[in-house]
Design a protein around this ligand. Sequence first.
Ligand code: CA
Length: 426
Amino acid sequence: MSVTANDPKRKTWINTPENSDFPIQNIPFGVFLTRDDIITIGTRIGDTAIDLGAMHQLGYFEGIPLTDDIFLQDTLNDFISDGKKTWRLVRNRISDVFDIKNETLKNNEDHKSIILFELEEIEMKLPVQIGDYTDFYSSREHATNVGTMFRDPENALMPNWLHIPVGYHGRSSTIVPSGVPIHRPMGQTLPRGAEKPVFGPSRLVDFELEMAFITTDANVMGEPVPINEAEDYIFGMVLFNDWSARDIQKWEYVPLGPFLGKSFASSISPWIVTLDALEPFRTKGPKQDPEPLPYLTQDGNHSFDIQLELDIITEEGVATTISKSNFKYMYWTMAQQLAHHTVNGCKVNSGDMMGSGTISGPTADAYGSMLELAWQGTRPVPLNDGTERKFIQDNDTVVIRGFCQEGGRRVGFGKVSTKLLPIFGS
Ligand code: CA
């Protein structure tokens, strides 16, 4: 089925600011609370939020096999379960309804007053009930930097790294949407030179500049997802800040990996941009050498050119862009991650979320964590207000933006913005 929603020539009757992340070619999916306190599934064009539940009730999805309440839910899980064919039919239909040449809804003031919202009138919620969250570690530059700092520059990459998309099972209960503040975590750490651990607020709170993909039901238990089919089970992507407490992490992570240093908070952007909408921005990832095992081998372009930027905004409101990276730097592709994740028969469900791992580029201004940008605190990062940061301070806000842009085409993710508050109860 052709994805007519991606037609670059299509224009919309919705007023769309130039350079918007959300032109009519995007049509992402999200969940929001309306001005009437009703939760609904929606999309967005420009700065207008569109209530898909209301559109469905008013007959705009006629002819598409959808249950009556598919968009009147507080998560996208059931819609995502309907599969790729349905996602495409719905995106194509939305694109038609808002096409500049289609006057049906455009000229129906009653319907517009029910379906359309200003962004100020809505509150974005988590788009899916995330059953399981897995985080990979798939940026070669990041893994090399961390290995250099924590272990040995000569053997920075572990022996498995070039053969396996390394990952771990994370915690979904503390994933929050953009705008929800988080607290500095308490925990156990071993101060430098000390022999016994201490308990207190983490002193080394960090962000991780990542993206994540959301899956549909991919398999039954026991059945691997073949690499060449893996992308069919990826609904879309979000920006992802995988908050990390480096001092807690460093003390706890041997031998079983990250635990409380990670599970206190992770933040995502609220609009899921479909893999279909990202199709025009496919690109090749880095060359893989040694060649992966056959179950991880794929031909063609399986990465995406997504520009990423990260700002720190101080309590006084001064913003500084401290990193510019790109999703295409990832060594392992999403398809390889999903094929590897399921090769042992692990079941993947609708609404599961897979983090890319910190996305660091080849140069020092493209690193995806404070740990790397300030190189373990040895190269403090200057901010525009004259202060500097080794890690994140209380009341700093961290903002990640992401977008694809090429030859006048743009599809973006908006942002994930999160304020770090002092410890809970302080
Ligand atoms: Ca991570």
